[in-house]
Design a protein around this ligand. Structure first.
Ligand SMILES: [Zn+2]
Ligand SMILES: [Zn+2]
Length: 149
């Protein structure tokens, strides 16, 4: 008897409008999730510079399956990342090539204010007669203290 009553209660629940609205709610959520999959695929494919409309359509038709296929075969990088990385490499290269000075004789790395190459002893600069700042060998006057060389 108790079991029958219990069963009755369940059947009442399924007949009630609450159940109906729950079903509507679930269907609504599924549609929202589905459409957001399509939107996400469209945006992601566009960022990766691959055919966005085509992939959005595939996900629209196949849903989860389409999304999985897309994630497997999409290009691995965002197009902006590629451009950004290339720029970064160029910037670093420029920085390195401009920062490193080399001895004209032996090619070893030197600093801008070295008077002599520490490796081959080539005279690189001359100290100012007055203030002793390192000057280029061909300078006639010291740019720091104006004294004639
Ligand atoms: Zn040298
Ligand atoms: Zn000087």
């Amino acid at each position: 008897m108790d079991f029958l009553k219990y069963f009755e209660n369940i059947m009442d629940f399924f007949r009630s409008p609450v159940w109906k609205y729950m079903i509507y709610g679930i269907i609504f959520i599924l549609i929202v999730v589905w459409l957001s999959f399509v939107y996400w695929t469209y945006r992601d494919a566009k960022l990766r510079n691959t055919s966005a409309v085509f992939w959005a359509f595939i996900v629209f038709v196949l849903n989860y399956l389409g999304l999985i296929i897309y994630i497997i075969i999409r290009p691995p990088e965002y197009i902006e990342d590629i451009v950004e990385r290339d720029l970064e490499i160029k910037r670093t290269e420029m920085l390195l090539s401009s920062a490193i000075l080399r001895c004209p004789t032996c090619g070893k790395e030197i600093k801008d204010d070295f008077v002599i190459c520490p490796n081959c002893r080539k005279k690189l600069k001359k100290p100012c007669v007055q203030c002793e700042k390192p000057l280029n060998l061909d300078w006639k006057v010291c740019p720091y203290c104006k004294s004639e060389q």
